[in-house]
Design a protein around this ligand. Structure first.
Ligand SMILES: C[S@@+](CC[C@H](N)C(=O)[O-])C[C@H]1O[C@@H](n2cnc3c(N)ncnc32)[C@H](O)[C@@H]1O
Length: 367
């Protein structure tokens, strides 16, 4: 039996990235850091509480940082995100420096930073590259960066993540895409991910259970099936949903059903009030996928000839977790809103698994 490859997950969220590394087999988490209690609890319920440090990364003293073969994790991306402020002075952008502190201390052979696509164009990214020059904090590491569409690695979703791979065992490029036109495997679709799930969710609320994590009671632990949650839309919302065919969106609404903000805004935000298509991957699943006015989140079933054969609701948390490629065995902690945030913030485990499988032989070779 080969020695497990030890890893640290920073800004771990619910552990989407760790989930992918776990699926690749051979990796053993020795530390994870996350300051959101509900997300840290979800991580702990899946991967163990003992090595999860629930708290601010800046407050972890150097002496507590163990050696590890790999560091993974994504500093919060709101400062870079298209939806965020794009402010380079945003204090959240400085958190990547905490990441570097961990790299200096844990001395991993390889580290993987993930972020939103804008990261590659940011001032912080340029500074990161500069640190890998002689005399910099990352001296000895070779960096490669790529923009990876999750759909090209088997995830049924068109989400793109910027990935930086830092290595002191020789430069490592991003893994080659495996899925898509002209490749060995076809793209996964919304149908592949959710077609087997009940079209009418049986409930609108999570079970009333609580479990103690880090000495605090947290809602959960919930199974995937507990996350199939319906909502109670107004009559007017239902009329709107019913007008939108697969691939369509707010431009399909008749004038009398348009809210003022959309009537006055004739361009932009094309995917809002959108309906998914069965035979395509979904668009990016963000943290508020349960609100159809926020993106293309309506269930894909919509029969043009038969209004009774239409599913007029947004996707459920369970469906969102599937579209993010979480395994069915993954368990969840937190309120409905918190779990949605965990799902939407995660690196799709399927993408993380492709990265982990790609790194594994290089790490094994290096001993
Ligand atoms: C984009 S999410 C990470 C998602 C994760 N990589 C996954 O795959 O599930 C970023 C996380 O960083 C956490 N975070 C932000 N600032 C932090 C800090 N100062 N210390 C610890 N965690 C922090 C947030 O609570 C959030 O869960």
């Amino acid at each position: 039996m080969a020695r497990p490859i030890t890893m640290i997950d920073l800004f771990a969220g619910c552990g989407g990235m760790t989930s992918g590394f776990a699926a690749a087999k051979g990796f053993r988490p020795v530390m994870a850091v996350e300051w959101n209690l509900h997300a840290a609890a979800t991580y702990a319920a899946n991967f163990g509480e003992a090595h999860m440090r629930w708290g601010d990364i800046a407050e972890i003293p150097d002496r507590d940082i163990p050696r590890a073969d790999v560091i993974i994790g994504g500093p919060p991306c709101q400062g870079f995100s298209n939806l965020g402020s794009r402010n380079v002075e945003d204090p959240r952008n400085k958190l990547w420096k905490e990441y570097l502190r961990f790299v200096r201390r844990a001395k991993p052979k390889v580290f993987v930073i993930e972020n939103v696509d804008r990261f590659q164009k940011s001032a912080e990214f340029a500074l990161l590259l500069a640190e890998a020059q002689p005399g910099g904090l990352l001296e000895g590491y070779e960096l490669s960066d790529a923009l990876l569409p999750a759909v090209d690695y088997g995830v049924p979703q068109r989400r793109k993540r910027a990935i930086v791979i830092g290595s002191r065992i020789g430069r490592i490029e991003a893994p080659e895409p495996t899925h898509g036109p002209g490749r060995r495997l076809r793209w996964s679709t919304v149908h592949d991910a959710i077609a087997d799930l009940p079209r009418v969710p049986g409930t609108t609320s999570l079970p009333a259970s609580k479990t103690e994590f880090f000495g605090r009671p947290v809602p959960g632990v919930f199974k995937e099936a507990d996350l199939h949650l319906g909502r109670t839309p107004t009559e007017r919302s239902l009329l709107r949903y019913d007008c939108v065919p697969p691939g369509g969106g707010r431009f399909d609404l008749p004038d009398h059903l348009l809210p003022d903000c959309w009537r006055n805004k004739k361009t932009g935000t094309t995917d809002v009030m959108g309906r998914m298509r069965w035979d395509h991957p979904s668009l990016t699943i963000r943290t508020e996928f349960y609100k159809p006015e926020k993106g293309q989140y309506l269930h894909p079933q919509w029969n043009p000839e038969d209004p009774a054969d239409r599913v007029n609701r947004p996707i459920t948390h369970r469906e969102a977790a599937r579209l993010q490629s979480f395994p069915e065995t993954f368990v969840w902690c937190g309120s409905k809103t918190e779990i949605a945030r965990q799902i939407g913030n995660a690196v799709p485990p399927g993408l993380a698994e492709a990265i982990a499988r790609h790194l594994k032989p290089r790490l094994r070779e290096a001993g």
